[in-house]
Design a protein around this ligand. Structure first.
Ligand code: NCD
Ligand code: ZN
Length: 349
């Protein structure tokens, strides 16, 4: 059993850094492990203009700990009315690197998302032409469809036809949760990839109901049956370059999670790489962690690999039940981290 793991510095290809006080409270957790992160645009209001993205990038950089080399990679939030010229201009200027597609009302701050996929055909044609990736929250929003089937139905009804219409488009199916998604992405073309979160590798849907209702394990797409979790673990640890790291760390204040209508989202940023390391070790695949965490993502996005390294030590440590963070003004923000109350074997030094 190794006592240390050295990895090329990883990147997080899907994270919610939020804004304002929450941004200030959480960005350090991501920046201490990851070189770069694809930052989700589902703010209120969402990031739909180049100017808004530039300003958000500035706010992120200002919130970083002194001396941090962390690089936020911004994304545009697709609406039915976004102008393809705006999308292209921001891409060419290097302000944003991808577009995020939220089916309207699929998740947190998705109200302004896309109801009719055909309405964004001109944007998708532009993205296909300029090589700009489309990042998809792959769930149907049809209330007739059982929540546990929403990803599989999205793939069949919407994703497969979209890929046929846009064969040159680079697509990332984000935070996959089912064996259906694993099979679809694995058998798809090389310009199709998927991110996998640490929580979907660790928990199945029972976690939400163990001994009572557990809002800290509620996220979207919702965790599925055990057979799906096992398929995700096999995919992540397989070495297949179409699967890479994306935490979907999605902080909500504890009060917003533990409420009559609790928010979806799991805050896994504080121990993300340790959480993935646990999975890879349990699967006997530690030697494939670096490719998943640090190589497949940049290669898909056409970006250089990070030059630096991180070190994990075998040093079991208990994860706090709650994190009392403070924003720059000193105001408290209470969050429950993923793995709260558990012991993690690996620790980032
Ligand atoms: C995300 C959020 O809170 O912004 N929530 C979540 O459960 N993952 C939105 C999303 O990625 O679906
Ligand atoms: Zn997300």
């Amino acid at each position: 059993m190794p006592a240390t793991i050295r990895l090329r510095q990883p990147d997080d290809w899907h994270v919610h850094l939020r804004d304002g006080a929450m941004l200030e409270a959480v960005v350090g957790a991501t920046a201490r492990q990851f070189g770069r992160a694809i930052v989700m645009p589902n703010l209120q209001p969402p990031i739909t203009t180049v100017a808004a993205a530039q300003a958000y990038g500035e706010r992120i950089r200002r919130a970083l700990p002194a001396g941090s080399g962390f690089q936020p990679l911004l994304t545009a939030y697709l609406t039915e009315t976004i102008d393809p010229r705006e999308v292209e201009a921001g891409f060419r200027q290097g302000v944003w690197v991808a577009c995020k597609l939220y089916p309207a009302r699929a998740t947190t701050n998705a109200e302004a998302g896309v109801g009719d996929l055909m309405a964004i055909t001109p944007v998708l044609e532009t993205m296909e032409r300029i090589g700009m990736p489309l990042l998809i929250h792959g769930e149907v929003t049809d209330p007739e469809i059982d929540i546990f089937d929403r990803e599989a139905v999205f793939i069949e009804r919407h994703l497969a036809p979209l890929l046929q219409r846009h064969p040159g488009l680079k697509v990332v199916l984000e935070h996959i949760t089912t064996s259906d998604a694993v099979d679809f992405v694995r058998s798809g073309p090389p310009q199709l990839a998927a991110t996998i979160t640490p929580h979907h590798l660790h928990i199945n849907r029972n976690a939400m109901f163990r001994g009572g209702l557990r809002p800290d394990f509620y996220c979207l797409p919702v965790a599925k049956r055990e057979l799906h979790r096992l398929a995700l673990r096999a995919a992540a640890t397989s070495g297949d370059p179409c699967f890479f790291l994306g935490t979907d760390s999605a902080p909500h204040a504890r009060s917003a999670k533990e409420s009559a209508c609790g928010c979806a989202g799991i805050f896994n940023a504080p121990y993300a790489i340790e959480s993935y390391a646990a999975v890879f070790e349990q699967e006997g695949a530690l030697e494939r962690l670096e490719a998943f965490a640090s190589e497949h993502g940049p290669r898909f996005y056409g970006l250089p690999l990070n030059p630096g390294q991180i070190i994990l030590e075998r040093r079991p440590h208990a994860v706090d039940e709650r994190l009392a963070l403070t924003d720059a003004a000193g105001a408290p923000v209470e969050l429950v981290p993923f793995h709260a109350g558990e012991t993690l074997t690996w620790q980032l030094v």
